[in-house]
Every structure is written in C-alpha cells, then in structure tokens.
Design a protein around this ligand. Sequence first.
Ligand SMILES: [Zn+2]
Length: 211
Amino acid sequence: MYSFSERLNSLMLNQRENAMTQKSEQRNGNLVLPGDRLGVIEEFIPDSGTYVRDGVIYSKIIGRTLMDMLNRRVSVYPLNEGAIVPKVGSVVVGQVGNAQSDNVLVRISRVGKKQMSGFFGGILHISDVSDRYIDSMNEVCKPGDIIRAKVISEKNQICHLSTADRKLGVLYGFCSLCGNLLEQVKHEMRCTKCGNMERRKTSVDYGKEKV
Ligand SMILES: [Zn+2]
C-alpha cells in the first residue's frame, strides 16, 4: 500500500514524464485556453469546462482551473463568472465528510459570501483546530456538521483548513445517534431529541449563521 503523499508524488512524476514536450503542471486558478492540457484521466475526473481525448483532459474554454486534489476533479470556470476558488486566507463554509481521529475532510460549498457551483475538497488537521491541545477530532466535529474554517495553506495543491479562531468552527452540529440538531449548553452539545451529549469546537455564532 502506498500512502496518499507517495501516490501523489508518483502521479506528479508520471505527469512530468508524460509531458516532456508539453507544459502540463496546472495549478489552481491558472488561466487556460481551449486545448490546454489539464491532466490525464488516470489522475483526475474531468468536470465542467473540459473535454477528454486519448485519455488526456483539455480545457474546452477560456477560463481558470479548479483542481480539487482531494476529490481528484478538474474543471475550468469561465472568466466572466469570476471563478470562486478557495485561496489562502479565504473563509469557507462546508460540510464535514470522512472523519479520522486526526483529520476530517470538508466539502467546501461557500467561499466568503459566495456559493460555489459545486463543492471543493479541504482538509482540517487536528493540529489546526485550536490553539489549545485537542485529543481527538471526535470532540471537534462529526460527519454531516456544517463548519466554518479558514484556508491556511495550499501545499501540494491541497486546501488545508484551520478553525483556530473564535469565529471559526462548527456552525451546526448534528447528533451522531439520531441526527437531530445539537443545542449548545455551555461547553457541551445536547441533543434535545434523545438527550445525547457530545462535544464540538463551535464558532462563537453557533446555530445563528444562515446556510
Ligand atoms: Zn439525538
């Protein structure tokens, strides 16, 4: 078994070898023209604004690339739509997906006040949750929760998130037993339906933000 970063490295190497004659390493937000090479179908799922020929993904339009490395999707957004792409410093809102003890994946659906047309993958690592020590992501957020976070890095073209601010964290948390919205009671989260008590790293405006 290869780790995620090993796979990523070997993919990038392959891409470099495949592309001796053509410039291929697209980055997020790059300006591309029709026919510009975006990658190969082994590494990406082609999405809007792209087409595939002989296993190679090309841009169909003039626009900016959106490379979602976590979901392995590549799309091109028309210039006049003003691509909504999470960048370092962006405050984003999304839904918590796959969770592990030290990180969770977030399906980003909003950047600043703008709604994305699809979603974009981000990752929140346990060391970026808070300034204080956190034992497990289990006390931070759970799959299905709506979370506000800030993009702190785009290392390896992956959107790394942080919630280390009082205005960042879970906006809506749902009971892991019955799915009901959790009510915040001091430092605990209570399910008004089944009485279950859980923990979250909430934003200061928990339950108030319109999503
Ligand atoms: Zn419940």
